[in-house]
Design a protein around this ligand. Structure first.
Ligand code: ADP
Ligand code: MG
Length: 320
Protein backbone atom coordinates (compact mmCIF):
# COMPACT_ATOMS: atom_id res chain seq x y z
CA UNK A 1 0.00 0.00 0.00
CA UNK A 2 2.30 2.73 -1.23
CA UNK A 3 0.83 6.18 -0.90
CA UNK A 4 0.45 7.95 -4.19
CA UNK A 5 3.37 10.05 -5.23
CA UNK A 6 2.51 13.44 -6.69
CA UNK A 7 2.93 13.64 -10.44
CA UNK A 8 1.95 17.21 -11.31
CA UNK A 9 4.72 19.72 -11.69
CA UNK A 10 4.61 23.26 -13.05
CA UNK A 11 8.27 23.75 -13.95
CA UNK A 12 9.45 23.00 -17.49
CA UNK A 13 12.13 20.34 -17.41
CA UNK A 14 15.18 21.44 -19.38
CA UNK A 15 17.06 18.86 -21.40
CA UNK A 16 19.91 20.91 -22.89
CA UNK A 17 23.26 20.53 -21.09
CA UNK A 18 23.25 22.21 -17.67
CA UNK A 19 26.57 23.87 -18.42
CA UNK A 20 25.06 26.02 -21.17
CA UNK A 21 23.59 28.30 -18.53
CA UNK A 22 25.39 27.28 -15.34
CA UNK A 23 29.01 26.88 -14.37
CA UNK A 24 29.70 24.32 -11.71
CA UNK A 25 31.91 25.77 -9.01
CA UNK A 26 35.10 23.71 -8.69
CA UNK A 27 35.96 22.28 -5.31
CA UNK A 28 34.27 20.32 -2.61
CA UNK A 29 30.71 19.17 -3.11
CA UNK A 30 28.08 20.69 -0.79
CA UNK A 31 26.73 17.36 0.21
CA UNK A 32 26.35 13.80 -0.77
CA UNK A 33 23.08 12.02 -0.41
CA UNK A 34 22.03 8.47 -0.99
CA UNK A 35 21.49 8.87 -4.72
CA UNK A 36 23.72 11.65 -5.85
CA UNK A 37 25.67 14.76 -5.05
CA UNK A 38 24.87 18.39 -4.40
CA UNK A 39 27.24 20.89 -5.99
CA UNK A 40 27.54 24.63 -6.01
CA UNK A 41 27.02 26.42 -9.30
CA UNK A 42 26.53 29.89 -10.74
CA UNK A 43 23.83 30.89 -13.21
CA UNK A 44 25.91 32.52 -15.94
CA UNK A 45 23.58 35.31 -17.03
CA UNK A 46 22.73 36.49 -13.50
CA UNK A 47 25.79 35.50 -11.49
CA UNK A 48 23.47 34.01 -8.87
CA UNK A 49 24.70 31.01 -6.91
CA UNK A 50 22.59 27.86 -6.71
CA UNK A 51 22.91 24.38 -5.29
CA UNK A 52 22.58 21.72 -7.98
CA UNK A 53 21.19 18.47 -6.58
CA UNK A 54 22.04 15.62 -8.99
CA UNK A 55 19.81 12.59 -8.50
CA UNK A 56 20.20 9.31 -10.31
CA UNK A 57 17.03 8.06 -11.94
CA UNK A 58 17.96 4.41 -11.55
CA UNK A 59 18.46 3.18 -8.01
CA UNK A 60 18.97 -0.44 -7.10
CA UNK A 61 17.94 -1.32 -10.63
CA UNK A 62 14.61 0.50 -10.33
CA UNK A 63 13.36 3.52 -12.22
CA UNK A 64 12.95 6.27 -9.66
CA UNK A 65 12.09 9.20 -11.88
CA UNK A 66 8.64 9.29 -10.23
CA UNK A 67 10.24 9.87 -6.84
CA UNK A 68 12.21 12.83 -8.16
CA UNK A 69 9.12 14.32 -9.83
CA UNK A 70 7.33 13.92 -6.48
CA UNK A 71 10.13 15.80 -4.73
CA UNK A 72 9.85 18.60 -7.31
CA UNK A 73 6.10 18.68 -6.83
CA UNK A 74 6.48 18.95 -3.06
CA UNK A 75 8.92 21.84 -3.46
CA UNK A 76 6.38 23.59 -5.69
CA UNK A 77 3.63 23.05 -3.12
CA UNK A 78 5.77 24.67 -0.45
CA UNK A 79 7.17 27.50 -2.58
CA UNK A 80 5.37 30.22 -0.62
CA UNK A 81 7.07 29.24 2.64
CA UNK A 82 10.31 31.11 3.33
CA UNK A 83 11.46 28.35 5.70
CA UNK A 84 11.57 25.83 2.85
CA UNK A 85 14.30 25.89 0.21
CA UNK A 86 13.27 27.45 -3.07
CA UNK A 87 13.34 25.47 -6.33
CA UNK A 88 14.66 27.44 -9.29
CA UNK A 89 14.88 25.04 -12.26
CA UNK A 90 14.98 21.37 -13.16
CA UNK A 91 17.20 19.63 -15.72
CA UNK A 92 17.08 16.07 -16.97
CA UNK A 93 19.64 13.88 -18.70
CA UNK A 94 19.19 10.24 -19.70
CA UNK A 95 20.63 9.10 -16.36
CA UNK A 96 19.83 11.83 -13.87
CA UNK A 97 17.71 14.76 -12.84
CA UNK A 98 19.19 18.00 -11.56
CA UNK A 99 17.30 20.21 -9.13
CA UNK A 100 18.59 23.78 -9.02
CA UNK A 101 17.92 24.96 -5.52
CA UNK A 102 18.40 28.21 -3.70
CA UNK A 103 21.91 28.05 -2.23
CA UNK A 104 22.15 27.99 1.56
CA UNK A 105 25.73 29.01 2.27
CA UNK A 106 25.67 28.16 5.98
CA UNK A 107 25.63 24.41 5.36
CA UNK A 108 23.52 21.93 7.28
CA UNK A 109 22.92 21.63 11.01
CA UNK A 110 24.73 18.31 11.11
CA UNK A 111 28.06 19.96 10.34
CA UNK A 112 27.18 22.70 12.81
CA UNK A 113 26.02 20.80 15.86
CA UNK A 114 26.91 17.15 15.50
CA UNK A 115 30.00 16.69 13.39
CA UNK A 116 31.80 19.62 14.98
CA UNK A 117 31.10 19.23 18.64
CA UNK A 118 32.98 22.41 19.37
CA UNK A 119 30.82 24.55 17.15
CA UNK A 120 27.65 23.56 18.96
CA UNK A 121 24.94 26.15 19.35
CA UNK A 122 24.19 28.10 22.48
CA UNK A 123 20.81 27.55 24.12
CA UNK A 124 19.65 30.92 22.79
CA UNK A 125 20.69 29.99 19.25
CA UNK A 126 18.90 26.66 19.48
CA UNK A 127 15.74 28.51 20.48
CA UNK A 128 15.98 30.90 17.54
CA UNK A 129 16.60 28.02 15.13
CA UNK A 130 13.93 25.77 16.63
CA UNK A 131 11.32 28.53 16.31
CA UNK A 132 12.15 28.81 12.62
CA UNK A 133 12.11 25.05 12.12
CA UNK A 134 8.69 24.91 13.79
CA UNK A 135 7.38 27.75 11.65
CA UNK A 136 8.38 25.78 8.57
CA UNK A 137 7.04 22.49 9.91
CA UNK A 138 3.83 24.24 11.00
CA UNK A 139 3.41 25.50 7.45
CA UNK A 140 3.89 21.99 6.07
CA UNK A 141 1.44 20.47 8.54
CA UNK A 142 -1.22 23.11 7.93
CA UNK A 143 -0.98 22.08 4.28
CA UNK A 144 -1.24 18.37 5.16
CA UNK A 145 2.37 17.72 4.30
CA UNK A 146 4.56 15.50 6.45
CA UNK A 147 8.29 15.76 5.88
CA UNK A 148 9.25 12.39 7.46
CA UNK A 149 12.98 13.02 7.33
CA UNK A 150 13.57 15.94 9.69
CA UNK A 151 17.14 15.70 10.93
CA UNK A 152 20.20 17.97 11.10
CA UNK A 153 21.38 16.96 7.61
CA UNK A 154 18.15 18.25 6.10
CA UNK A 155 18.07 21.61 7.85
CA UNK A 156 20.27 24.25 6.28
CA UNK A 157 21.42 27.70 7.28
CA UNK A 158 21.57 30.71 4.96
CA UNK A 159 24.72 31.81 6.82
CA UNK A 160 26.62 30.93 9.98
CA UNK A 161 28.26 34.18 11.04
CA UNK A 162 26.01 35.90 11.87
CA UNK A 163 23.62 33.01 12.40
CA UNK A 164 21.26 33.01 9.41
CA UNK A 165 17.87 31.54 8.69
CA UNK A 166 16.73 27.94 8.54
CA UNK A 167 15.82 26.34 5.22
CA UNK A 168 14.18 22.93 5.23
CA UNK A 169 15.41 20.66 2.41
CA UNK A 170 15.07 17.10 1.13
CA UNK A 171 11.43 16.32 0.42
CA UNK A 172 12.33 12.91 -0.97
CA UNK A 173 10.39 11.07 1.74
CA UNK A 174 7.70 13.69 2.34
CA UNK A 175 4.07 12.89 1.69
CA UNK A 176 0.68 14.53 1.56
CA UNK A 177 -1.49 13.06 4.31
CA UNK A 178 -5.12 12.74 3.38
CA UNK A 179 -7.92 12.53 5.94
CA UNK A 180 -9.49 9.36 4.63
CA UNK A 181 -6.31 7.65 3.54
CA UNK A 182 -3.98 6.02 5.99
CA UNK A 183 -0.29 6.31 5.45
CA UNK A 184 1.86 3.49 6.77
CA UNK A 185 5.35 3.06 5.56
CA UNK A 186 8.71 2.35 7.04
CA UNK A 187 11.08 5.07 6.16
CA UNK A 188 13.33 7.72 7.55
CA UNK A 189 16.63 7.60 9.33
CA UNK A 190 16.94 5.15 12.25
CA UNK A 191 17.86 7.67 14.93
CA UNK A 192 15.01 10.03 14.05
CA UNK A 193 12.29 7.54 13.23
CA UNK A 194 9.12 7.58 15.37
CA UNK A 195 7.73 4.55 17.27
CA UNK A 196 4.57 4.44 15.12
CA UNK A 197 6.69 4.19 11.98
CA UNK A 198 8.56 1.21 13.45
CA UNK A 199 5.27 -0.42 14.48
CA UNK A 200 3.73 0.07 11.07
CA UNK A 201 1.03 2.26 12.58
CA UNK A 202 -0.49 5.27 10.82
CA UNK A 203 1.85 8.14 10.04
CA UNK A 204 0.54 11.63 10.75
CA UNK A 205 1.92 15.11 11.23
CA UNK A 206 2.74 14.01 14.80
CA UNK A 207 5.38 11.70 13.29
CA UNK A 208 7.42 14.80 12.38
CA UNK A 209 6.95 16.12 15.92
CA UNK A 210 8.79 13.09 17.28
CA UNK A 211 11.74 14.02 15.08
CA UNK A 212 11.50 17.59 16.41
CA UNK A 213 12.05 16.14 19.89
CA UNK A 214 15.09 14.13 18.80
CA UNK A 215 16.42 17.14 16.93
CA UNK A 216 16.05 19.45 19.92
CA UNK A 217 17.84 16.94 22.14
CA UNK A 218 20.69 16.64 19.64
CA UNK A 219 21.01 20.38 19.07
CA UNK A 220 21.18 21.13 22.78
CA UNK A 221 23.52 18.33 23.81
CA UNK A 222 25.27 16.86 20.77
CA UNK A 223 23.92 13.49 21.94
CA UNK A 224 21.62 11.40 19.76
CA UNK A 225 19.12 10.23 22.39
CA UNK A 226 18.14 6.85 20.93
CA UNK A 227 21.30 5.82 19.12
CA UNK A 228 22.38 2.35 20.09
CA UNK A 229 25.26 0.06 19.17
CA UNK A 230 23.38 -1.08 16.09
CA UNK A 231 20.13 -0.44 14.26
CA UNK A 232 18.27 -3.07 16.31
CA UNK A 233 19.27 -1.46 19.58
CA UNK A 234 18.33 1.99 18.26
CA UNK A 235 14.89 0.71 17.26
CA UNK A 236 14.44 -0.93 20.66
CA UNK A 237 15.38 2.32 22.41
CA UNK A 238 12.85 4.18 20.29
CA UNK A 239 9.96 1.79 20.77
CA UNK A 240 10.58 1.77 24.53
CA UNK A 241 11.10 5.55 24.54
CA UNK A 242 14.33 4.79 26.32
CA UNK A 243 15.66 8.31 26.65
CA UNK A 244 17.83 9.62 29.44
CA UNK A 245 17.09 12.98 31.02
CA UNK A 246 19.93 12.60 33.48
CA UNK A 247 22.88 13.08 31.12
CA UNK A 248 25.52 15.51 32.30
CA UNK A 249 25.00 17.50 29.10
CA UNK A 250 21.42 18.27 30.17
CA UNK A 251 22.30 19.61 33.61
CA UNK A 252 23.05 23.18 32.58
CA UNK A 253 19.96 23.48 30.41
CA UNK A 254 16.91 25.60 31.01
CA UNK A 255 14.44 23.15 32.65
CA UNK A 256 11.74 24.32 30.26
CA UNK A 257 13.86 22.97 27.37
CA UNK A 258 13.70 19.50 28.95
CA UNK A 259 9.96 19.97 29.45
CA UNK A 260 9.65 20.79 25.77
CA UNK A 261 11.52 17.65 24.70
CA UNK A 262 9.40 15.53 27.04
CA UNK A 263 6.23 17.00 25.56
CA UNK A 264 7.08 15.75 22.07
CA UNK A 265 9.05 12.55 22.74
CA UNK A 266 5.88 10.69 23.71
CA UNK A 267 5.03 7.26 22.38
CA UNK A 268 1.39 8.15 21.72
CA UNK A 269 1.38 10.45 18.66
CA UNK A 270 -1.86 12.12 19.80
CA UNK A 271 -0.27 13.15 23.09
CA UNK A 272 2.60 15.04 21.42
CA UNK A 273 2.49 18.81 21.06
CA UNK A 274 1.77 20.09 17.55
CA UNK A 275 4.12 22.55 15.84
CA UNK A 276 1.80 25.42 16.79
CA UNK A 277 1.65 24.27 20.41
CA UNK A 278 5.44 23.96 20.47
CA UNK A 279 5.75 27.61 19.45
CA UNK A 280 3.55 28.53 22.41
CA UNK A 281 5.46 26.32 24.84
CA UNK A 282 7.14 28.08 27.73
CA UNK A 283 10.60 27.29 26.33
CA UNK A 284 10.00 29.04 23.02
CA UNK A 285 7.34 31.65 23.44
CA UNK A 286 8.41 35.27 23.59
CA UNK A 287 8.57 37.20 26.86
CA UNK A 288 5.34 38.98 25.91
CA UNK A 289 3.39 35.78 26.63
CA UNK A 290 5.26 34.80 29.76
CA UNK A 291 2.82 34.34 32.60
CA UNK A 292 4.01 35.96 35.84
CA UNK A 293 2.25 33.60 38.13
CA UNK A 294 3.59 30.08 37.91
CA UNK A 295 6.07 27.89 36.10
CA UNK A 296 4.96 24.90 34.12
CA UNK A 297 5.88 21.74 35.97
CA UNK A 298 7.79 18.92 34.40
CA UNK A 299 7.24 15.27 34.91
CA UNK A 300 10.33 13.95 36.62
CA UNK A 301 12.04 11.20 34.69
CA UNK A 302 13.70 8.59 36.85
CA UNK A 303 14.78 6.22 34.14
CA UNK A 304 18.12 4.53 34.58
CA UNK A 305 20.73 6.53 32.69
CA UNK A 306 21.96 5.04 29.45
CA UNK A 307 24.87 6.28 27.48
CA UNK A 308 24.07 6.65 23.83
CA UNK A 309 26.89 6.45 21.34
CA UNK A 310 28.02 9.93 20.43
CA UNK A 311 28.87 8.86 16.94
CA UNK A 312 25.90 10.04 14.92
CA UNK A 313 26.20 6.96 12.75
CA UNK A 314 25.74 6.61 9.07
CA UNK A 315 22.73 8.00 7.38
CA UNK A 316 20.62 5.09 6.38
CA UNK A 317 17.35 4.66 4.65
CA UNK A 318 15.06 1.91 5.73
CA UNK A 319 13.00 0.52 2.96
CA UNK A 320 10.43 -2.19 3.38
P1 ADP B 1 19.52 13.51 -0.09
O1 ADP B 1 18.12 13.29 -0.53
O2 ADP B 1 20.47 12.72 -0.88
O3 ADP B 1 19.72 13.37 1.40
P2 ADP B 1 19.64 16.39 0.27
O4 ADP B 1 18.64 17.20 -0.46
O5 ADP B 1 19.37 16.17 1.73
O6 ADP B 1 19.87 15.01 -0.49
O7 ADP B 1 21.08 17.05 0.10
C1 ADP B 1 22.25 16.40 0.62
C2 ADP B 1 23.13 17.41 1.35
O8 ADP B 1 23.55 18.44 0.43
C3 ADP B 1 22.43 18.15 2.50
O9 ADP B 1 22.52 17.42 3.70
C4 ADP B 1 23.21 19.46 2.54
O10 ADP B 1 24.41 19.31 3.28
C5 ADP B 1 23.59 19.70 1.07
N1 ADP B 1 22.60 20.60 0.43
C6 ADP B 1 21.41 20.24 -0.09
N2 ADP B 1 20.74 21.28 -0.60
C7 ADP B 1 21.52 22.37 -0.40
C8 ADP B 1 21.37 23.77 -0.69
N3 ADP B 1 20.27 24.23 -1.28
N4 ADP B 1 22.37 24.61 -0.31
C9 ADP B 1 23.47 24.12 0.30
N5 ADP B 1 23.66 22.82 0.60
C10 ADP B 1 22.72 21.94 0.27
MG1 MG C 1 19.06 14.59 2.97
Amino acid sequence: ERPALLTDIKVDIRTEPLTERYSLTPGKELGRGKFGVVRRCVEKHTGTEFAAKFVRKRRRGQDCRREVIHEVSMLELTSSCSRVINLHEVYETPSEMVLLLEYASGGDLFEQCVAEHTGAFSQEEVKVLMRQILEGVGFLHSNNIVHLDLKPQNLLLTSTNPLGDIKIVDFGLSRVVRENQELREIMGTPEYVAPETLNYEPITTATDMWSIGVLTYVMLTGISPFLGEDKQETFLNISQVNVSYTEEELEALDPSAICFIQAVLLKDPRARLSAEECLRHEWLRGPEWQPHTRKETCIGEEDPPHTPDKDPGVEELIVM
